[in-house]
Design a protein around this ligand. Structure first.
Ligand SMILES: Cc1ncc(COP(=O)(O)O)c(C=O)c1O
Length: 380
Protein backbone atom coordinates (compact mmCIF):
# COMPACT_ATOMS: atom_id res chain seq x y z
CA UNK A 1 0.00 0.00 0.00
CA UNK A 2 1.06 3.55 -0.66
CA UNK A 3 1.84 6.04 2.12
CA UNK A 4 -1.50 7.90 1.91
CA UNK A 5 -3.41 4.62 2.27
CA UNK A 6 -1.25 3.41 5.16
CA UNK A 7 -1.74 6.73 6.95
CA UNK A 8 -5.48 6.06 7.04
CA UNK A 9 -5.61 2.29 7.48
CA UNK A 10 -2.40 0.77 8.88
CA UNK A 11 -2.94 -0.93 12.23
CA UNK A 12 -6.67 -0.22 12.10
CA UNK A 13 -9.59 -2.55 11.43
CA UNK A 14 -13.25 -1.95 12.23
CA UNK A 15 -13.69 -2.84 15.91
CA UNK A 16 -14.42 -6.60 16.08
CA UNK A 17 -17.08 -6.28 18.79
CA UNK A 18 -19.12 -3.33 17.47
CA UNK A 19 -17.95 -2.64 13.92
CA UNK A 20 -16.89 0.91 14.93
CA UNK A 21 -14.92 2.22 11.95
CA UNK A 22 -12.73 4.53 14.04
CA UNK A 23 -10.44 2.85 16.57
CA UNK A 24 -12.20 3.10 19.95
CA UNK A 25 -10.55 4.94 22.84
CA UNK A 26 -10.05 1.99 25.18
CA UNK A 27 -10.25 4.04 28.34
CA UNK A 28 -9.38 1.22 30.69
CA UNK A 29 -6.43 0.53 32.95
CA UNK A 30 -6.98 -3.22 33.23
CA UNK A 31 -8.52 -6.24 31.46
CA UNK A 32 -10.58 -9.17 32.78
CA UNK A 33 -8.80 -12.53 32.74
CA UNK A 34 -10.77 -15.72 32.16
CA UNK A 35 -8.33 -17.71 34.26
CA UNK A 36 -5.01 -16.74 35.83
CA UNK A 37 -2.85 -15.54 32.93
CA UNK A 38 -5.64 -16.30 30.38
CA UNK A 39 -6.50 -13.09 28.55
CA UNK A 40 -6.91 -11.51 25.09
CA UNK A 41 -3.38 -10.14 24.90
CA UNK A 42 -3.88 -7.26 27.33
CA UNK A 43 -3.31 -7.33 31.10
CA UNK A 44 -2.63 -3.78 32.19
CA UNK A 45 -2.58 -0.53 30.19
CA UNK A 46 0.97 0.53 31.05
CA UNK A 47 2.08 -2.66 29.29
CA UNK A 48 -0.40 -2.48 26.42
CA UNK A 49 -3.65 -0.84 25.33
CA UNK A 50 -5.52 -1.53 22.06
CA UNK A 51 -5.72 2.15 21.05
CA UNK A 52 -1.97 2.42 21.61
CA UNK A 53 -1.37 -0.81 19.68
CA UNK A 54 -3.18 0.66 16.65
CA UNK A 55 -1.08 3.83 16.82
CA UNK A 56 2.15 1.88 17.21
CA UNK A 57 1.37 -0.30 14.20
CA UNK A 58 0.45 2.71 12.07
CA UNK A 59 3.65 4.56 12.99
CA UNK A 60 5.76 1.48 12.18
CA UNK A 61 4.11 1.16 8.75
CA UNK A 62 4.60 4.85 7.92
CA UNK A 63 8.29 4.83 8.86
CA UNK A 64 8.94 1.61 6.92
CA UNK A 65 9.77 -0.07 10.23
CA UNK A 66 8.61 -3.25 11.90
CA UNK A 67 7.79 -2.03 15.39
CA UNK A 68 6.44 1.20 16.83
CA UNK A 69 6.42 2.20 20.48
CA UNK A 70 4.38 5.15 21.70
CA UNK A 71 5.45 7.34 24.60
CA UNK A 72 3.97 10.12 26.72
CA UNK A 73 6.08 12.78 24.98
CA UNK A 74 8.93 13.17 22.53
CA UNK A 75 11.30 13.60 25.47
CA UNK A 76 10.06 10.34 27.04
CA UNK A 77 10.75 8.57 23.72
CA UNK A 78 14.26 10.07 23.58
CA UNK A 79 14.89 9.12 27.20
CA UNK A 80 13.87 5.49 26.53
CA UNK A 81 16.34 5.24 23.63
CA UNK A 82 19.17 6.64 25.75
CA UNK A 83 18.39 4.11 28.50
CA UNK A 84 19.58 1.41 26.11
CA UNK A 85 23.08 2.64 27.03
CA UNK A 86 25.15 2.31 30.18
CA UNK A 87 27.63 4.54 32.03
CA UNK A 88 30.85 4.94 30.09
CA UNK A 89 29.11 4.67 26.71
CA UNK A 90 29.68 7.56 24.34
CA UNK A 91 27.00 9.31 22.29
CA UNK A 92 27.95 11.46 19.34
CA UNK A 93 25.17 13.99 18.89
CA UNK A 94 24.36 16.69 16.37
CA UNK A 95 25.34 20.18 17.52
CA UNK A 96 21.99 21.66 16.57
CA UNK A 97 19.34 19.55 18.28
CA UNK A 98 16.13 20.56 20.03
CA UNK A 99 17.00 22.45 23.23
CA UNK A 100 15.09 19.98 25.40
CA UNK A 101 17.08 17.10 23.93
CA UNK A 102 20.32 18.90 24.79
CA UNK A 103 19.00 19.56 28.32
CA UNK A 104 18.15 15.87 28.82
CA UNK A 105 21.61 14.83 27.58
CA UNK A 106 23.56 17.50 29.43
CA UNK A 107 21.69 17.89 32.71
CA UNK A 108 20.09 14.48 33.30
CA UNK A 109 21.99 11.75 31.48
CA UNK A 110 25.59 13.04 31.52
CA UNK A 111 25.53 13.13 35.37
CA UNK A 112 24.60 9.42 35.24
CA UNK A 113 27.81 8.69 33.38
CA UNK A 114 26.84 8.78 29.71
CA UNK A 115 29.40 10.69 27.66
CA UNK A 116 28.23 13.15 25.04
CA UNK A 117 30.07 15.09 22.39
CA UNK A 118 28.58 17.29 19.70
CA UNK A 119 29.52 17.79 16.05
CA UNK A 120 27.99 19.26 12.91
CA UNK A 121 26.62 16.01 11.47
CA UNK A 122 26.07 17.64 8.06
CA UNK A 123 29.87 17.38 7.74
CA UNK A 124 30.64 13.66 7.39
CA UNK A 125 34.31 14.24 8.23
CA UNK A 126 33.25 15.60 11.63
CA UNK A 127 31.11 12.49 12.18
CA UNK A 128 34.02 10.21 11.28
CA UNK A 129 36.42 12.14 13.51
CA UNK A 130 33.96 12.25 16.41
CA UNK A 131 33.53 8.48 16.73
CA UNK A 132 35.35 6.69 19.55
CA UNK A 133 35.82 2.99 20.34
CA UNK A 134 33.14 3.39 23.04
CA UNK A 135 30.61 5.22 20.83
CA UNK A 136 27.31 3.32 21.00
CA UNK A 137 24.92 5.81 19.49
CA UNK A 138 24.88 8.65 16.99
CA UNK A 139 21.93 10.98 17.58
CA UNK A 140 20.90 13.54 15.03
CA UNK A 141 18.12 15.61 13.53
CA UNK A 142 17.71 16.46 9.86
CA UNK A 143 16.46 19.07 9.21
CA UNK A 144 17.71 20.36 12.54
CA UNK A 145 15.78 22.45 15.03
CA UNK A 146 16.10 25.44 14.63
CA UNK A 147 18.76 25.92 11.91
CA UNK A 148 17.30 23.47 9.34
CA UNK A 149 20.67 21.95 8.54
CA UNK A 150 20.57 18.80 6.41
CA UNK A 151 22.59 15.65 7.16
CA UNK A 152 23.24 12.87 4.65
CA UNK A 153 21.57 9.95 6.44
CA UNK A 154 22.82 7.24 4.09
CA UNK A 155 26.32 8.72 4.36
CA UNK A 156 26.30 8.63 8.17
CA UNK A 157 24.84 5.09 8.19
CA UNK A 158 27.65 3.91 5.91
CA UNK A 159 30.31 5.41 8.21
CA UNK A 160 28.75 3.69 11.23
CA UNK A 161 28.55 0.32 9.49
CA UNK A 162 32.28 0.50 8.76
CA UNK A 163 33.16 1.45 12.36
CA UNK A 164 34.36 -1.43 14.58
CA UNK A 165 31.85 -0.54 17.36
CA UNK A 166 28.89 -0.34 14.88
CA UNK A 167 27.06 2.36 16.84
CA UNK A 168 23.32 2.72 16.34
CA UNK A 169 22.08 5.62 14.28
CA UNK A 170 19.07 7.33 15.88
CA UNK A 171 17.28 10.04 13.93
CA UNK A 172 14.78 12.47 15.39
CA UNK A 173 12.43 12.69 12.40
CA UNK A 174 10.02 15.17 13.97
CA UNK A 175 10.65 18.01 11.51
CA UNK A 176 10.51 15.94 8.32
CA UNK A 177 7.87 13.33 9.28
CA UNK A 178 7.88 9.95 7.51
CA UNK A 179 5.94 11.47 4.61
CA UNK A 180 9.02 13.47 3.60
CA UNK A 181 11.83 11.22 4.80
CA UNK A 182 12.17 7.65 6.09
CA UNK A 183 15.50 7.27 7.92
CA UNK A 184 15.18 3.49 8.44
CA UNK A 185 15.16 3.05 4.66
CA UNK A 186 18.42 5.04 4.51
CA UNK A 187 20.20 2.90 7.09
CA UNK A 188 19.17 4.33 10.47
CA UNK A 189 18.44 1.89 13.31
CA UNK A 190 16.08 4.00 15.39
CA UNK A 191 13.61 6.75 14.51
CA UNK A 192 12.24 9.04 17.21
CA UNK A 193 9.32 11.46 17.05
CA UNK A 194 7.65 14.12 19.03
CA UNK A 195 4.13 13.18 17.85
CA UNK A 196 3.09 16.46 19.49
CA UNK A 197 4.12 18.10 16.23
CA UNK A 198 3.17 17.22 12.63
CA UNK A 199 2.01 13.68 13.37
CA UNK A 200 -0.66 14.89 15.79
CA UNK A 201 -0.91 17.99 13.66
CA UNK A 202 -3.44 20.04 15.62
CA UNK A 203 -1.56 21.28 18.73
CA UNK A 204 -3.95 19.37 20.99
CA UNK A 205 -1.80 16.49 22.25
CA UNK A 206 1.67 15.80 23.65
CA UNK A 207 3.20 12.48 22.63
CA UNK A 208 6.28 10.66 21.41
CA UNK A 209 7.27 7.55 19.50
CA UNK A 210 10.14 5.27 18.60
CA UNK A 211 10.19 3.06 15.49
CA UNK A 212 12.70 0.26 14.81
CA UNK A 213 13.15 -2.74 12.52
CA UNK A 214 15.18 -4.99 14.79
CA UNK A 215 13.18 -7.37 17.04
CA UNK A 216 15.88 -7.34 19.74
CA UNK A 217 15.84 -3.55 19.92
CA UNK A 218 12.05 -3.59 20.04
CA UNK A 219 12.11 -6.03 22.93
CA UNK A 220 14.53 -3.89 24.94
CA UNK A 221 12.57 -0.70 24.23
CA UNK A 222 9.23 -2.35 25.08
CA UNK A 223 10.75 -3.50 28.36
CA UNK A 224 11.85 0.08 29.13
CA UNK A 225 8.48 1.46 28.01
CA UNK A 226 6.71 -0.80 30.50
CA UNK A 227 9.31 -0.71 33.27
CA UNK A 228 9.77 3.09 33.30
CA UNK A 229 6.14 3.67 32.34
CA UNK A 230 6.18 6.92 30.31
CA UNK A 231 3.22 5.77 28.19
CA UNK A 232 0.54 7.88 26.49
CA UNK A 233 -3.11 7.54 27.49
CA UNK A 234 -5.63 6.08 25.02
CA UNK A 235 -7.24 9.45 24.20
CA UNK A 236 -3.83 10.86 23.27
CA UNK A 237 -3.15 7.80 21.08
CA UNK A 238 -6.51 8.32 19.37
CA UNK A 239 -5.71 11.97 18.65
CA UNK A 240 -2.36 11.10 17.06
CA UNK A 241 -4.00 8.31 15.02
CA UNK A 242 -6.56 10.80 13.76
CA UNK A 243 -3.83 13.30 12.93
CA UNK A 244 -1.88 10.71 10.93
CA UNK A 245 -4.80 10.21 8.54
CA UNK A 246 -4.31 13.68 7.04
CA UNK A 247 -0.52 13.87 7.37
CA UNK A 248 0.25 13.73 3.61
CA UNK A 249 -2.22 16.42 2.60
CA UNK A 250 -1.20 18.64 5.49
CA UNK A 251 2.52 18.26 4.77
CA UNK A 252 2.06 19.16 1.11
CA UNK A 253 0.30 22.40 2.07
CA UNK A 254 2.71 23.16 4.94
CA UNK A 255 5.58 22.86 2.47
CA UNK A 256 3.94 24.92 -0.27
CA UNK A 257 3.19 27.72 2.20
CA UNK A 258 6.64 27.50 3.81
CA UNK A 259 8.41 27.68 0.45
CA UNK A 260 6.42 30.81 -0.43
CA UNK A 261 7.22 32.33 2.99
CA UNK A 262 10.94 31.54 2.57
CA UNK A 263 11.00 33.16 -0.90
CA UNK A 264 9.15 36.19 0.42
CA UNK A 265 11.50 36.65 3.39
CA UNK A 266 14.58 36.25 1.19
CA UNK A 267 13.44 39.34 -0.73
CA UNK A 268 12.86 41.59 2.31
CA UNK A 269 15.33 44.34 3.19
CA UNK A 270 14.81 43.77 6.95
CA UNK A 271 15.97 40.14 6.72
CA UNK A 272 19.63 39.16 6.96
CA UNK A 273 19.42 35.46 6.25
CA UNK A 274 16.71 32.85 5.55
CA UNK A 275 17.07 29.15 6.37
CA UNK A 276 14.84 26.75 4.43
CA UNK A 277 16.08 23.40 3.11
CA UNK A 278 15.08 23.95 -0.52
CA UNK A 279 15.90 27.64 -0.75
CA UNK A 280 18.53 28.44 -3.32
CA UNK A 281 21.86 28.93 -1.59
CA UNK A 282 21.03 26.62 1.35
CA UNK A 283 24.13 24.43 1.68
CA UNK A 284 21.98 21.30 2.05
CA UNK A 285 19.52 22.08 -0.77
CA UNK A 286 20.73 19.43 -3.21
CA UNK A 287 20.85 16.76 -0.53
CA UNK A 288 17.41 17.80 0.76
CA UNK A 289 16.02 17.42 -2.76
CA UNK A 290 17.35 13.85 -2.87
CA UNK A 291 16.54 12.84 0.69
CA UNK A 292 13.20 14.59 1.30
CA UNK A 293 9.96 14.71 -0.67
CA UNK A 294 9.66 18.46 -0.08
CA UNK A 295 11.19 21.12 2.16
CA UNK A 296 8.75 20.79 5.07
CA UNK A 297 6.89 23.47 6.96
CA UNK A 298 9.59 25.10 9.10
CA UNK A 299 11.38 28.32 8.17
CA UNK A 300 13.98 30.14 10.27
CA UNK A 301 15.41 33.58 9.58
CA UNK A 302 17.65 36.21 11.11
CA UNK A 303 16.48 39.80 11.07
CA UNK A 304 18.72 42.83 10.83
CA UNK A 305 18.86 44.68 14.15
CA UNK A 306 19.52 41.69 16.40
CA UNK A 307 17.43 40.49 19.30
CA UNK A 308 15.42 43.71 19.75
CA UNK A 309 14.27 43.66 16.12
CA UNK A 310 13.51 39.94 16.31
CA UNK A 311 11.41 40.42 19.47
CA UNK A 312 9.54 43.32 17.86
CA UNK A 313 8.70 41.27 14.77
CA UNK A 314 7.69 38.19 16.77
CA UNK A 315 5.42 40.26 19.00
CA UNK A 316 3.81 42.09 16.08
CA UNK A 317 2.22 39.29 14.04
CA UNK A 318 -1.52 38.74 14.16
CA UNK A 319 -1.99 35.41 12.38
CA UNK A 320 1.31 33.82 13.43
CA UNK A 321 0.79 33.14 17.15
CA UNK A 322 3.78 33.77 19.42
CA UNK A 323 4.18 30.32 20.95
CA UNK A 324 6.52 27.36 21.35
CA UNK A 325 5.96 24.08 19.49
CA UNK A 326 5.30 23.50 15.80
CA UNK A 327 3.57 21.28 13.29
CA UNK A 328 -0.04 22.30 13.93
CA UNK A 329 -2.49 23.58 11.33
CA UNK A 330 -2.03 27.12 12.70
CA UNK A 331 1.07 29.24 12.08
CA UNK A 332 3.41 29.91 15.02
CA UNK A 333 6.33 32.27 15.50
CA UNK A 334 9.00 32.13 18.20
CA UNK A 335 12.51 33.19 19.21
CA UNK A 336 14.51 29.99 19.82
CA UNK A 337 17.24 31.68 21.89
CA UNK A 338 14.69 33.00 24.40
CA UNK A 339 12.08 30.24 24.14
CA UNK A 340 12.49 26.66 22.81
CA UNK A 341 16.28 26.66 22.98
CA UNK A 342 16.82 28.76 26.11
CA UNK A 343 18.45 25.72 27.74
CA UNK A 344 21.34 25.94 25.24
CA UNK A 345 22.39 29.44 26.46
CA UNK A 346 26.09 29.59 27.19
CA UNK A 347 26.73 26.18 25.58
CA UNK A 348 28.28 25.51 22.16
CA UNK A 349 24.71 24.87 20.95
CA UNK A 350 23.52 28.42 21.74
CA UNK A 351 21.62 30.09 18.90
CA UNK A 352 21.67 33.65 17.52
CA UNK A 353 19.32 35.82 19.63
CA UNK A 354 18.13 37.46 16.40
CA UNK A 355 16.90 34.16 14.97
CA UNK A 356 13.15 33.76 14.43
CA UNK A 357 11.57 30.34 13.82
CA UNK A 358 8.28 29.94 11.98
CA UNK A 359 6.02 26.92 11.93
CA UNK A 360 4.13 27.73 8.75
CA UNK A 361 0.54 26.57 9.00
CA UNK A 362 -2.28 25.91 6.58
CA UNK A 363 -3.86 29.37 6.43
CA UNK A 364 -4.08 31.11 3.05
CA UNK A 365 -0.54 32.00 2.03
CA UNK A 366 -1.44 35.60 1.10
CA UNK A 367 -2.68 36.24 4.65
CA UNK A 368 0.57 34.81 6.03
CA UNK A 369 2.77 36.98 3.79
CA UNK A 370 0.78 40.09 4.63
CA UNK A 371 1.09 39.31 8.35
CA UNK A 372 4.87 38.92 8.11
CA UNK A 373 5.21 42.01 5.96
CA UNK A 374 3.36 44.09 8.58
CA UNK A 375 5.36 42.59 11.47
CA UNK A 376 8.72 43.24 9.80
CA UNK A 377 7.76 46.86 9.20
CA UNK A 378 6.60 47.35 12.81
CA UNK A 379 8.28 50.11 14.76
CA UNK A 380 8.53 50.41 18.54
C1 LIG B 1 12.80 18.03 17.07
C2 LIG B 1 12.14 17.78 18.40
N1 LIG B 1 12.37 16.63 19.04
C3 LIG B 1 11.79 16.36 20.24
C4 LIG B 1 10.98 17.27 20.87
C5 LIG B 1 10.39 16.95 22.22
O1 LIG B 1 9.07 16.55 22.09
P1 LIG B 1 7.96 16.73 23.23
O2 LIG B 1 7.77 18.20 23.41
O3 LIG B 1 6.78 16.01 22.65
O4 LIG B 1 8.47 16.09 24.47
C6 LIG B 1 10.71 18.48 20.23
C7 LIG B 1 9.83 19.47 20.90
O5 LIG B 1 9.78 20.62 20.52
C8 LIG B 1 11.31 18.75 18.97
O6 LIG B 1 11.10 19.90 18.33
Amino acid sequence: MKFETLAIHAGQEPDPTTGAVMTPIYQTSTYAQEGVGEHHGYEYSRTGNPTRTALEACLAALEGGEYGLAFASGMAATDAVLRLLKPGDHILAGNDVYGGTFRLFDKVLAPYGLEFSYVDTSDLDQVRAGLRPETRLVWLETPTNPLLTITDLAGVAEILRAHPASPWLAVDNTFATPYLQRPLELGADIVVHSTTKYLGGHSDVVGGAVVVRDAGLRERLAFLQNAAGAVPGPLDCFLVLRGLKTLPVRMDRHAANAAAVADFLAGRSQVKNVLYPLLEGHPGAELARRQMLNGGGMVSFVVKGGEAAARRAAESTQIFTLAESLGGVESLIELPAAMTHASTAGSPLAVDPGLIRLSVGLEHVEDLLEDLSRALAARE
